[in-house]
Design a protein around this ligand. Sequence first.
Ligand code: C6P
Length: 442
Amino acid sequence: MNERAAAALRKEHAVSGNQASSTRTPSTRENTPLDPAKLRQDFPCLKQKVHGDKRLVYLDSAATSQKPLHVIQAIDEFYRTSNANVHRGLHVLAEKATEIYECARTRVSWFINASRPSEIVWTKNATEALNLVAHSYARKHLKAGDEVVYTRMEHHSNLVPWQLLAKERGIVLRAVELNPDGTLRLEDLDRFLAGGKVKIVAVTHVSNVLGTINPVAEIAAKVHAAGAVLVVDGCQGAPHLPVDVRALSADFYAFSAHKMLGPTGLGVLYGRYELLEKMQPFLGGGEMIEEVHIDRSTYKQPPLRFEAGTPPIAQTAGMVAATEYLGKLGMARVREHEKELVAYALDRLNRVKGMKLHGPANPEIRAAVFSFELGEIHAHDIAQVLDSEGIAVRAGHHCAQPLMEWLGAASTTRASGYLYTSFDEIDALVKGLEKVRSYFGA
Ligand code: C6P
């Protein structure tokens, strides 16, 4: 362990200790189910009434999660006690801010079981993290005729960076299609890999539309046997599943803090250090440099090589608190709760007349994401009527237009849950949908 990591580790305990004493985190009881009603007490935003006296039923956590007081207070405390720029100043506040920033890196490395903190690169979101891989790894290592494989269920953030690169460099794109139940057609992947030209496979851990949980470790074995690199979009994975990047054998794993109880403005790129080391910078400017001369520059080692300019700093204090909160709950319990929620919601939603629910029927391979169509009623109309009942859902293409083409729908309505989502909120959704049906005479 290098000196910085060791210092970060020591300080990490101090950071987490301070926060634990000033704010509330849930207690760890490994085998007990989560109690969403109790957990909701930690989330100020969820306690409010909307549209007069309507209870807020927040079913839009796949877009962004709500934040517990623990996270809100950590950010507040950072600005009250430790606000300064990082890696620049020699004064006490600059040192405090830098410690928090680096401790957060250590904590996130633990959260996903990376080998070391320097495998964690801070970005502004998952989209930037995926673009970083396309720019700094792929633009350097791929040549015309090489192939990148992605899938029909990707979010635009895991499609467009590869399309930009393909256009610029003559790289060939291949798409894995889907089985009727919304799982990946892995025989497509086998066929592409057998061609011998695939250099990168980019796949989402969990679909933000279908809720499908993809078999990443199985995919990784195939990808590595073919000598290619695996890029995982973990935006909907890290918040909801226990993630061990080494067990998954992911070469890169990208996610956003805001979907896992943390603040907006912070993303994470995990990269295997051997790969990060061989990558070119993403953005140029302050703090990613070693030396700058009037005609040339040299760059720092990863992860700082990829962190140009003033980074998100207070957000990393929030991320410490978020991973601390999730860590105390236990990600296995989060997943267990969501699995039960899936089983319940599939049963209840499928009984609604006119319901066309997309995605796998097996809760074992599905996250708590429920995209659906209801007769001929437009998704935006459904969302609007539900909103008038205090129920927050998302309607549209969910930044997954190729998947919408496959579904044969311009848009869907999507309800999504998290650790604070209770069964009676699914009941409220079902009741809301009955209102929608009667409103539109369906
Ligand atoms: N999906 C949703 O409502 P950013 O915006 O960079 O934090 O995350 C992008 C992203 C990438 N991959 C997946 C699988 C995602 O779900 C998202 C974000 C939100 O579904 C906003 S479009």
